[in-house]
Write a protein that binds this ligand. Structure first.
Ligand code: FNR
Length: 193
């Protein structure tokens, strides 16, 4: 069947520019014929990681819900803000909880990292930091990344990027990422025969 791709906006804010970027990426993914599951951090509210709570009650429902959504896809895209040049604590907390599941669902999944920020940097330093836990967990993080600077001015009314050159580059990055995922899926199928 078609590739299943989870596109995940990693901010809690309803008006998040990363949610807007996630929506745009979801459309670009759907344009390639893949099946998209669009999600937001708001769908996965969970307490701060606490080993005692885990021992007593296991994983919170928000973490289990995120685990389920990751398990159902071959690839995921995270659109994350950058906080203090690193990964937002809310996202790191979610990764930490979900990593406690066995088998943990990040292993061997393909991931594309994108970011949006009102700043001139576009949140790119946060994506470099986000690679560390994901690669540790065995996710194949795509080498290329996309960061939208001045994101508060970056979108048209209908959710496209105002800079058509950037829009083109984002579409090409998404397409190249999905071509790699598809090639890898074919390889895995051949190997299993
Ligand atoms: C920020 N912001 C920010 N931006 C950036 O480009 N580099 C940074 O290091 C930081 N640091 C930072 C720390 C904290 C605690 C907050 C709350 C914010 C700004 C941040 O990118 C901005 O709030 C974005 O709009 C967040 O993305 P959403 O919520 O619009 O998706």
């Amino acid at each position: 069947g078609p590739l299943r791709v989870l596109v995940f906006g990693a901010a809690m804010r309803a008006g998040s520019v990363n949610a807007r970027l996630a929506s745009l990426v979801a459309r670009l993914v759907a344009d390639t014929g893949a099946t998209v599951d669009l999600a937001s951090m708001r769908d996965f509210v969970m307490p701060l990681y606490d080993g005692d709570a885990e021992d007593a009650e296991g994983l919170p429902s928000g973490a289990l819900a995120l685990r389920d959504r990751i398990e159902r896809c071959e690839a995921f895209v995270i659109s994350s803000p950058e906080y203090n040049a690193s990964v937002p604590g809310v996202l790191k907390n979610a990764i930490d909880w979900v990593s406690r599941v066995h088998p943990q669902p990040f292993k061997d999944k393909h991931a594309l990292l994108v970011s949006a920020s009102p700043s001139m940097v576009g949140g790119n330093r946060g994506l470099w930091a986000l690679r560390v836990p994901l690669e540790h967990l065995g996710t194949r993080v795509y080498p290329d990344m996309f960061s939208l600077a001045r994101a508060h001015q970056g979108f048209t009314e209908d959710g496209q990027l105002t800079d058509s050159g950037l829009q083109q580059r984002l579409a090409e990055t998404v397409e190249a990422f999905l071509r790699l995922v598809e090639a890898d899926m074919r390889y895995v199928c051949l190997e299993r025969r």
